[in-house]
Design a protein around this ligand. Structure first.
Ligand SMILES: Cc1cc2nc3c(=O)[nH]c(=O)nc-3n(C[C@H](O)[C@H](O)[C@H](O)COP(=O)(O)OP(=O)(O)OC[C@H]3O[C@@H](n4cnc5c(N)ncnc54)[C@H](O)[C@@H]3O)c2cc1C
Length: 475
């Protein structure tokens, strides 16, 4: 009987547990135990009901084009609970000189693909528009050393596009800083497109054309997918499938030690237990600490992956208090605007059924790589900041009917230049240690679907390894 420890009960560890449980039910001879430091499972995936409104504390949805989350929901029997974002209302604004400016049509991520809406948009100065037109002549460039996204975007479109688009989009998604995130790791398609086409706009147009042709054959899909009762529904559905005895909450793992026949897992206040294999589904820095005594180089590389923290604030309003808000999914704020708020989602527009009739929800996002300090503020200070900034930006003076503040310390891995090479080194070293696998948002994607895939891959790696070769002795 193979005994497998999974350390970390976020969506990555839960997915690993689900795929092991699935194999067990199908006849695989194994037992698994999921260790989670905290009192609940799900990690940063967590939904709350407040006053009839569904509030997402962490992720509110996932990208539809990445299949692993929807596939897991199908396997869990909750595919009928999947919902799409209300893309008819999909408009996003950028705060420019204190005013909300709508992102022009045809902007794909941060690349303009339609000349007229871009030329007419007040989002960019004329100098930037001329630069965007010239970008169409950008020659192909062979892939070189890794650079930051800010460098890549600046080379193509100039500093204003970094400030008004790249940076706010990345701080909204990654809690990151465009000047510190790796172009090859975060936007590999941009790097490939530059190599093949030179111009990112021409490359995006070609990709768009292909997508439009494929779309003729399929009904259009929403950009984001979520679950009717919130992302927590996925967590609850997984937990319902697992053996209750295999879950250990409030079980902080202090160290893992290789032994001649397996691993010893040391749990805080609870002694040691023996396992044949270990899946580390914690943040990379926690995995590095756990592996310090196992392989120094591996631990060092894991500890070198940095993380950013964030704060989300959910505010509930009566509809008549917010009826003057612009239509759309919400707005992003460039750093040059000097606010603490990085982004705000109009939840009742993006996923209408999350607020009952007569109510609306705003979700604000603060913190990120450049404002760790906000985590030290009290809830009241954070709420005051958010109210003041919403009043300035949206002219929204009304006090909400409810508010919730959620802090996410060190939750979002930052893929800095050199990330791909570092992950390759990590994976080579892990492959040399039998009975060890890693999962989580630190390696091949930070989004929920990527985390699910990482958990599934880690489970499969442990299932495929024959029991007799699991001993880390041959390290
Ligand atoms: C505010 C926010 C908004 C986001 N929005 C989106 C979104 O809309 N869409 C999207 O796709 N993604 C989004 N993400 C990203 C995505 O939610 C995360 O990348 C993903 O949930 C991470 O899951 P995980 O299991 O890898 O890590 P985590 O959720 O961090 O879980 C790791 C778990 O390991 C436990 N742990 C750590 N050390 C130990 C130890 N030594 N012993 C035992 N347990 C330990 C921790 O307590 C934790 O529960 C968002 C993230 C945040 C923070």
């Amino acid at each position: 009987m193979k005994r497998i420890a999974i350390i970390g009960g976020g969506i990555s560890g839960l997915s690993a547990a689900f795929y092991l449980e699935k194999a067990r039910v199908a006849g695989a001879e194994l037992e698994y135990t999921l260790f989670e430091s905290g009192q609940r499972l799900g990690g940063s995936m967590c939904s709350d009901w407040v006053d009839g409104c569904l509030v997402e504390a962490g992720p509110d949805s996932f990208l539809t084009e990445k299949p692993w989350a929807a596939s897991l929901c199908k396997e869990l029997g909750i595919a009928n609970q999947l919902i799409g974002s209300n893309d008819a209302q999909r408009k996003t604004y950028i705060l420019v000189n204190g005013k909300l400016v709508v992102m022009p049509d045809g902007l794909m991520f941060m690349v303009p693909t339609r000349l007229v809406p871009t030329a007419l948009s007040p989002l960019f100065s004329w100098a930037t528009k001329v630069r965007m037109a010239r970008e169409l002549l950008h020659p192909p460039r062979p892939m070189q050393d890794d650079e930051s996204i800010a460098e890549l975007v600046q080379r193509h479109f100039g500093a204003e596009v970094v400030d008004r688009l790249a940076d706010p989009l990345l701080s909204g998604v990654y809690g990151g800083d465009a000047a510190k995130l790796s172009a090859r790791a975060v936007l590999p398609r941009f790097v490939e497109m530059e190599e093949k086409y030179g111009s990112l706009s021409l490359a995006m147009l070609a990709a768009h054309k292909k997508m439009a042709q494929a779309a003729h054959k399929q009904p259009p899909r929403p950009l984001f997918t979520s679950l009717k009762d919130g992302m927590q529904q996925m967590v609850d559905a997984i937990v319902a499938r697992l053996e209750p005895d295999s879950i250990r909450l409030r079980s902080h793992v202090l160290r893992i030690y290789p032994e001649s026949s397996g691993w010893r897992v040391a749990i805080e206040m609870n002694g040691d237990e023996r396992y044949d294999a270990v899946i580390l589904a914690t943040p990379a820095n926690a995995a590095g600490t756990l592996l310090d005594g196992v392989n120094r180089g591996l631990a060092r590389d894991l500890l070198d992956i940095t993380y950013s923290s964030s704060v989300t604030v959910a505010l509930g309003y009566y509809q008549d208090q917010i009826e003057k808000l612009p239509a759309g999914f919400g707005f992003l704020v460039p750093r040059s605007e000097g606010t603490r708020m990085l982004a705000c989602t109009f939840v009742h527009n993006k996923f209408p059924h999350r607020a009952p009739k007569g109510k609306g929800i705003l979700r604000c996002f603060l913190g990120g790589a450049r404002d760790e300090a906000i985590l030290g503020f009290t809830d009241d200070e954070i709420l005051e900041t958010v109210h003041r900034e919403l009043k300035d930006i949206l002219k929204l003076d009304a006090r909400p009917i409810f508010s919730r503040v959620y802090r996410w310390r060190g939750a979002m891995a930052q893929y800095e230049p050199g990330h791909i090479a570092r992950v390759q080194r990590i994976e080579q070293r892990v492959a040399e240690i039998p009975g060890l696998a890693l999962a989580g948002n630190a390696y091949h994607g930070i989004g929920v679907p990527d985390c699910i895939r990482s958990g599934m891959d880690a489970a499969n790696a442990m299932l495929e390894t024959p029991a007799e070769s699991l001993s880390p002795q041959q390290r």
